[in-house]
Design a protein around this ligand. Structure first.
Ligand code: OOG
Ligand code: MG
Length: 267
């Protein structure tokens, strides 16, 4: 098959897997030529297709596999990024229905909101921090389109790094040069602590993850635009969501966000 035909057929498979809520076998076994570069091309095309067919647009970006906890959990030892679309953002009020998803998991994250464009190559941690407008706590819901949530780095990149939904804290805190590596995090399920962590769990400093991504984006002429949100990558392992669960993430000095989930009709 020609390269464009391979990309088209993978985009089709992933798009339909999400639309119908039905997992597919991972790709690398069937497309041995699928490497990281080709996978980002698939991701770009998948996003174009989703924007067109779902009538949505880019809201920001997410990093994945940036903490040891997540890398060990998934058996993938390099970070990846994906695109957040407007129709992936949910509000924290009411019960959130996840009935159309395949096997959703939830993760605690740090969200950055930028006041100026970040465009690589050569973006440093200092530049990321200088252009950071707000910091907010975030809950990310990931949902791999692959059976058993099992994938290689190239598979997960093609699948938009398992992006599914995200919920931001209602109040964004102005970033005021706090040391984000030392920001404490508490993640709770139904009022009980699931895990605790700090910003440093994300590549030593969450802004390092953002800088890494922005420099990678420059290969495709892409950048983070003012007002866009960037999720740092989970600070601890992801956990499965069950009917009626309530999850919260709290960040020292930057507030918290809580949401409850149902697999029924919701509101
Ligand atoms: C890939 C996405 C990982 C994170 O925060 O590490 C991710 C996955 O684990 O399915 O979003
Ligand atoms: Mg994540």
């Amino acid at each position: 098959m020609l390269k464009t035909e391979v990309i088209d057929s993978i985009v089709d498979e992933l798009f339909l897997a999400e639309k119908h809520g039905k997992a597919i076998p991972k790709l690398v076994d069937r497309y041995p030529g699928l490497n990281v570069d080709l996978a980002y091309e698939v991701q770009n095309r998948l996003i174009e297709r989703k924007c067109r067919d779902e009538g949505t647009k880019v809201a920001g970006w997410k990093l994945g596999l940036t903490s040891k906890a997540k890398q060990e959990m998934m058996g993938v030892h390099e970070p990846a990024y994906g695109v957040l679309l407007e129709n992936m953002q949910l509000q924290s009020d009411g019960s959130i229905s996840l009935r159309t998803l395949i096997h959703p998991k939830i993760e605690p994250e740090i969200a950055f909101i930028f006041k100026e464009e970040l465009k690589g190559p050569g973006v440093t941690v200092a530049e990321v921090l200088q252009k950071t407008d707000y910091i907010a706590p975030a809950l990310e819901i990931i949902d791999s389109r692959y059976q058993h949530f099992s994938f290689t780095l190239a598979d997960v990149i093609a699948d938009n790094s398992s992006s599914s939904r995200f919920i931001l804290g209602e109040r964004f805190a102005k970033y005021n040069r706090e040391d984000l590596s030392l920001v404490g995090m508490v993640f709770k399920k139904n009022g009980a602590i699931v895990s605790t962590s700090a910003g440093a769990s994300v590549m030593g400093h969450p802004a390092r993850a953002v800088a890494w991504m922005v420099n990678k984006l420059s290969r495709y002429g892409q950048s983070v635009k003012p007002g866009e949100v960037v999720l740092s990558g989970a600070l601890t392992g992801a956990i499965e969501i069950e009917e009626g669960d309530v999850f919260s993430v709290s960040l020292d000095r930057f507030g918290s966000v809580e949401a409850s989930f149902t697999f029924g009709k919701g509101e």
